[in-house]
Structures are given as C-alpha cells and as structure tokens.
Design a protein around this ligand. Structure first.
Ligand SMILES: NC(=O)c1ccc[n+]([C@@H]2O[C@H](COP(=O)([O-])OP(=O)(O)OC[C@H]3O[C@@H](n4cnc5c(N)ncnc54)[C@H](OP(=O)(O)O)[C@@H]3O)[C@@H](O)[C@H]2O)c1
Length: 402
C-alpha cells in the first residue's frame, strides 16, 4: 500500500524505463492507477432519414425510422483556418452518455461548430445526460451502439451511413472496467467482455468507418482512441500489479472465449483489472497501426491520449464502495493527479478539434498546467510487431478477414 501510494504520488509522465520495479507480489491490484483500498445526413440531402433508437440492456432495440423533407443539398466544403468553415464538423463519440465522453460532447457542442453523434448503448440515459449538461438539440443526435455485440456495431455503421452525414472525427471512448470480477463475462460474440468491448468493438467500428472519414472534405480528419496510463508500464502507476502484458497473444489468437482457450490475451488466468489494462494496450497499439497503414495515403490523423485521472466517473462503478468513496479525494489531495470530468472533456475536445494537434501517431498527455505534450508509450504499447499481430488477429475475430 505504501508503495502504491508512492506510485500514485508521482506524475503520470514519470518514467522508470525498466519494467518490474514496483516488485512485491503483495501489491496484487484489484484496482486502478496504483491505488488499492481493498485487499487490496450528408446533413442536407433532399430527403433526410431520421433514425431513432430506443433500447435497454434487457429488451431488444426498437428502431423508428422517420422520413423528413429538408432543403436540397448545397455543396459547402469545409475549409481550414484562416477561411471560414462553412459547415459544422461531425464527430462520433462512443460512450457519450457519461464521464469523459459526455464532457467532451458538451465541450464540443458549446462551440457551435460540431454536430455530435452520441453512440450509446442506452438511448434514454444518453438523452437525459445530454439534457443534464445543457446540450441543445440541434447539436447532437443519439444513435444506438452496443460495442459488446459485433452485430450492433455493424448495424450502427449502416444506420450512420444511411443518415448521409459526413464523418470528420471518430472518438473511440467507451469502456468497461471490471476490477472486482472473479469470473470473466463475455460479449455477444463470446469474447471476454473488457477486451471484446474496449478493443474488438472499437476495432470493427473504426475499420468500417474509415472510408467515410477518407471521403470527408473537412480540413482535419481524425480517429482518436482513448488510451490509459494503466496500460503503460513505463509509468510507476502502470507497474502496479496486475500489469498489462499481452504476452505472445495466444489467448487473443484463441478467441478469448474461456472454453478451449484462456479469456486473457496472454493466455493466463482471468483477472478483470488486467483485462482492462490489456484492452488499453490494444487501443494504443491499434492507433499506431492505423497510423502506419493509413496516415500517409488518407491524411487522417490517428491519435491516442491519457486525459488524466478522472476519479469521479462511472468507470469505477464496479469497484468496492470504500474505494469509490476514497479514490477521488486521494487523487485530489494526495497524488494531485485528479482532473475533473469537465477538464478532461476539454482535453479530449482539443484532440478532436485543435488545429495545433494534427500530428498523427501521437499519444497525448497534459502536464500540471494543463498544457498538452506528446507522451511516450511503454515498450509493449509501442511494439510495431505486436501491433501488427494484434491487428491481424483482430481482423479475423471480427470477421474482416478469413
Ligand atoms: N476515469 C479515468 O480516470 C480514466 C483514465 C484514463 C482513461 N480513461 C478512459 O476514458 C474513457 C471513458 O471512461 P470514463 O472514465 O468516462 O467512464 P464512464 O463514465 O464509465 O464512461 C464509459 C462509457 O462507455 C459506455 N459503454 C460501456 N460499455 C459499452 C458498450 N458495450 N457499448 C457502448 N457503450 C458502452 C458507457 O455507457 P453507459 O452509460 O450505458 O454505461 C459509458 O458511456 C475510457 O476509454 C477509459 O478507459 C478513464
């Protein structure tokens, strides 16, 4: 515990460049960030189709399709700084119903320059959330997306394409975190839930939407995948067990189904906290592989980020109550690594829209003065061979290759 507290005291950029320094198997973590309290339309087409989804986690999704006549399309290509941008940008944000995703949606909506597609699994929750932060109707559309089902991902993409909106920026933000789970749970397609949702769901989504982004005439097209310090073993917090480690990815190769293969990427025993951290490594590797494969040809900016420790979000909902009670205070007053949801939302909104953050292949972080900088990824999270391997296996698992 003392070491964990010390680890959390250090700034997120603290680099020890050697793995395994935290030592001590007694640090077994069922937590996060080195802290453990428990045991430890193209918008203006002549005919716009408005699609509304009402879903709940228990009942099947209801789809309402409504045709709405609008004015004829006008060609209004977006132009870059210095000239007026004639249309709003369109950004899809997954998991915009709470936490970082909602704060980012709010921040972008307030500029009046963005239309936000809130890609959420719970329509009513998303609607309430948008209202609660004062987003006005003309700035957002809610579309149903459950990342723990590949069918739902495909359905979302079809629905988005039918909306005829351009796609300028995609933010892969949604995530699940199950630090106290003793047994794995699984997606609709039988993948361990954290990696299946956080990585494979987003992998399929971004692959299927890449062409839309290519076709966008917006000045700066971006694909952003939210990473985490916890997946980076070059930070002290990232060294608290269980550490992220994809090993030789034999579990991923086997489909993470927990039957004939392990539910963990490295083939080991299930650990919910590690599964989350592994999924974040996959997110960061995927961003870099996208960059290598597509940046030069498409001009799309591929980026990842660590927004800071947003200790108040729903991400910690499955943690023990004592942890949830103490974690924000601890981060605020002891580690001083705490960032509010509002501040984190502004940071991610910067990665979406700031003209100075167009460099591709970057993992962004912020210093204590809230200035952005290019951070270094751990050895594993920047391993090009592993990135290619994860990409190729993921393609097979989500049905993009034979
Ligand atoms: N909190 C932090 O300190 C921290 C630090 C570093 C990185 N991050 C990253 O920030 C991102 C956002 O996390 P957060 O802290 O804002 O947590 P959060 O408030 O729990 O937000 C997670 C979002 O993901 C959605 N989601 C979960 N499963 C989904 C599924 N199957 N399909 C579609 N959406 C799903 C949730 O939807 P519901 O509203 O329906 O539950 C929620 O909107 C994550 O990628 C996380 O890894 C967070």
């Amino acid at each position: 515990m003392a070491l964990q507290a010390a680890a959390a005291l250090l700034p997120p950029t603290f680099s020890i460049h050697k793995e395994g320094k935290s030592g001590g198997a007694s640090l077994k973590d069922s937590s996060f960030f080195g802290v453990s309290i428990s045991d430890h339309v193209k918008a203006d087409s002549a005919l716009k189709t408005k699609i509304e989804f009402i879903s709940s986690r228990k009942s099947p999704t209801t789809v309402r399709v409504q045709a709405v006549a609008t004015t004829a399309p006008t060609s209004t290509p977006a132009t870059f700084q210095g000239k007026k941008t004639l249309r709003k940008g369109t950004v899809i944000i997954t998991g915009a119903s709470s936490g970082l995703g909602l704060a980012t949606a709010k921040s972008l909506a307030e500029t009046g320059k963005w239309h936000i597609i809130m890609a959420c699994r719970d329509f009513l929750k998303a609607e309430k959330a948008a209202k609660s932060v004062g987003m006005s109707k003309e700035n957002y559309t809610i579309m149903h997306l459950d990342l723990s089902s590949l069918d739902s991902v495909r359905q979302f993409v079809d629905n988005f394409k039918r909306s005829n909106r351009p796609l300028d920026v995609l933010v892969c933000n949604a995530a699940v975190y199950q630090p106290t789970a003793r047994e794995p749970s699984f997606t609709a397609d039988g993948f361990e839930l954290s990696v299946g949702t956080n990585h494979l769901g987003h992998f399929l989504l971004s692959r299927l939407l890449l062409d839309d982004m290519k076709q966008s005439d917006y000045p700066s097209k971006r694909l952003i995948i939210v990473g985490s310090i916890t997946g980076n073993t070059n930070t002290l917090a990232g060294n608290v067990p269980p550490k992220a480690n994809l090993g030789d990815v034999r579990g991923l190769q086997g489909g993470l189904n927990g039957l004939n293969t392990s539910s963990m990427i490295d083939g080991g025993d299930f650990d919910g906290a590690k599964a989350y951290k592994d999924s974040k490594v996959c997110n960061m590797l995927t961003m870099q592989e996208f960059h290598r494969r597509y940046h030069e040809d498409t001009g799309i900016t591929f980026a990842s980020l660590y927004p800071g420790c947003i200790a108040t979000t729903g991400l910690f909902r499955e943690h023990i109550p004592l942890f949830r009670l103490l974690f924000p205070t601890f981060q605020k007053y002891v580690t001083k690594g705490f960032v509010s949801e509002e501040e984190a939302g502004k940071r991610l909104a910067q990665v979406v829209s700031d003209p100075s953050l167009t460099k591709s292949g970057v993992y962004w972080s912020w210093n204590k003065d809230s200035a952005s900088f290019e951070n270094q990824l751990s050895q594993e999270a920047s391993d090009a061979d592993k990135a290619r391997k994860v990409w190729e296996i993921s393609e097979k698992l989500v049905g993009l290759s034979g």
